[in-house]
Ligand binder design. Structure first.
Ligand code: B12
Length: 451
């Protein structure tokens, strides 16, 4: 039996003016160009638990409009799903089914809207893939496929994680690969559409497993750059430190997503720097305490950390690790001044990088449910707008058009060549000064920054 693993990667945005701007603003396109080709770790992971009698082929379909008919010849295909590309995924699923290929679907969007997905797939998995994959494949081989496999019973133990089959990728297409060291997040932000929607439990992967994955990548790529595909890597500081100690000897450079609490721990920051950390991406969300209040729904954790934002960014960057601070525009507690505020905050904090996204109501999130109840969704099933760069709701304090145009203004300000160079220059100058100050640990830092 031949099974196709179909990833519809690449990045997406519908706002034409913003897309056009992207081509002229270096800071804005840099990261999207770098990450656009990341493969689907979900599918590679499932490949790792597929028995050897099933032949596998991994296919990236970044743009379905360029594909006539169906790509490849398979008995069955596994298609992953994010909301922004789901309509293309359904189109492709329909084409495969029409040609007699069995369609299996899973992932974040399918988990949020299983009924919708069942109109296009022969069989779906709700939640994490791993718990259901072996029995699904067994049923597939024996022609008794069920319509729905529900993994939501118990969280998957990452100690049982299979080795992702990175070797299935055409290596020259990918300039970075992803590794997951943890899954989930203990916090619960109203808008979060990441893996807490697959399973609400925070778990870490044993250090030896992470290192084995990195070694596997190193066999395939010379000096690889790793992105940890975690929602929040350093929640468990003990595990984080053990991982950093082991990672140091691997001599790889990496980037990850975590929260502001890494700044509380100098030892951790030192270990991260020595282990090759180039950048941490942190969801700061808003530049005012009021703006951020209520975003984290369990403990209001983000609001409680707000007063330390500036000092924490400075502390992390003083260790030679750049911070990519993320802000969400259009939130209910932020007024029309939020655009200027972000610009000012970025200037004052000396953030190395900044990422701005539109508040987006993804299906399956508490935010979607609230906006639906309040009648604020512009079109409840316009999934193609769930790109983080398009507006799919009525903002509280401005019109959707105003949010779009001010967002564009902010993009122009933040990602101009001049401002980008200034931010990066400051960080590098600070590093150079520290380096001139001497010290063995500090020398290591030089290797870790971009460029
Ligand atoms: C790496 C990454 C990317 C990469 C690679 C994407 C890819 N093909 O996997 C790139 C850069 C290409 C990318 C692009 C985009 N991304 Co992105 N990305 C991530 C990131 C950081 C990690 C994802 C990951 O690897 N998770 C780990 C793997 C193991 O989990 P998984 O893919 O969900 O797979 C598991 C299950 O879902 C399931 N499963 C998945 N597929 C299948 C298929 C079958 C058949 C079965 C049975 C099971 C199954 O099994 C897997 C194992 O349990 C997350 C944020 C985060 N911290 O999680 C955002 C995230 C997934 N991205 C997001 C978005 C919005 C985008 C873009 C729309 C951005 C844009 N404007 O272009 C595009 C869309 C790309 C697309 N294909 O549609 C959102 C998605 C929200 C949503 N619910 O749709 C997230 C959650 C970030 C966020 N801020 O909310 N992204």
């Amino acid at each position: 039996m031949k099974l196709g693993l179909i990833a519809m990667s690449a990045t997406r945005a519908h706002n034409e003016e913003l897309t056009k701007l992207g081509f002229t603003l270096p800071g804005f396109v840099d990261r999207s160009r770098v990450i656009a080709s990341l493969p689907s770790l979900g599918l590679l992971t499932l490949a790792g638990m597929t028995p050897p009698d099933i032949e596998l082929e991994y296919l990236d379909v970044p743009d379905l409009t360029k594909v006539d008919g169906v790509p490849g010849e398979f008995d069955a295909v596994a298609i992953s799903s994010f909301t922004a590309q789901i309509k293309e995924a359904y189109d492709l699923a329909d084409r495969y089914r029409a040609s007699g290929t069995t369609v299996l679907m899973g992932g974040l969007h399918v988990t949020a809207l299983p009924e919708e997905a069942l109109e296009h797939a022969d069989s779906i998995v709700i939640g994490e893939g791993e718990p259901s994959w072996p029995s699904l494949l067994e049923d597939l081989k024996n022609n008794r496929l069920k319509r729905v496999y529900d993994s939501r019973g118990a969280p998957f133990d990452l100690a049982d994680s299979p080795m992702p089959r990175f070797e299935l990728l055409k290596q020259d297409r990918y300039n970075r690969l992803t590794v997951q060291t943890a899954r989930g997040c203990p916090y619960s932000c109203e808008f979060c559409a990441a893996s807490i929607r697959l399973s609400p439990h925070y778990r870490v992967k044993p250090v030896e497993k992470v290192i084995a994955e990195i070694r596997h990548i190193k066999e395939l790529q010379h000096e690889p750059f790793i992105e940890f595909a975690d929602d929040n890597t350093f929640v468990n500081k003990r595990h984080g430190k053990a991982l950093m100690r082991a990672l140091k000897d691997e001599r790889v450079k990496w980037f990850t997503e975590t929260d502001i609490s890494v700044a509380d721990d100098d030892e951790l920051l030192g270990l991260m720097r020595d282990a090759g950390c180039v950048q941490v991406l942190i969801g700061l969300e808003s530049t005012t305490r009021e703006g951020i209040t209520g975003v984290e729904t369990k403990l209001d954790w983000k609001a409680r950390r707000f007063d330390e934002y500036m000092a924490s960014i400075d502390k992390i960057q003083s260790h030679g690790i750049s911070v990519n601070g993320c802000f969400v525009l259009g939130m209910d507690n932020d007024g029309p001044e939020c655009f200027e505020n972000v610009l000012q905050f970025v200037r004052d904090s000396q953030l190395y990088d900044v990422q701005i996204t539109m508040l987006t109501a993804f299906p399956g999130t508490p935010l979607y449910e609230r906006f639906e109840a309040e009648g604020r969704l512009l079109d409840p099933t316009a999934w193609e707008l769930c790109t983080l760069f398009d507006v799919n709701f009525k903002p509280k304090h401005m019109s959707p058009a105003h949010l779009e145009s001010r967002f564009r203004w902010l993009v122009e300000q933040l990602y101009s060549q001049e401002f980008t160079d200034k931010r990066h220059g400051r960080f590098r100058a600070r590093q150079a000064a520290m380096l001139a100050g001497g010290g063995r640990a500090k020398e290591g830092m030089h290797e870790h920054h971009y460029g």
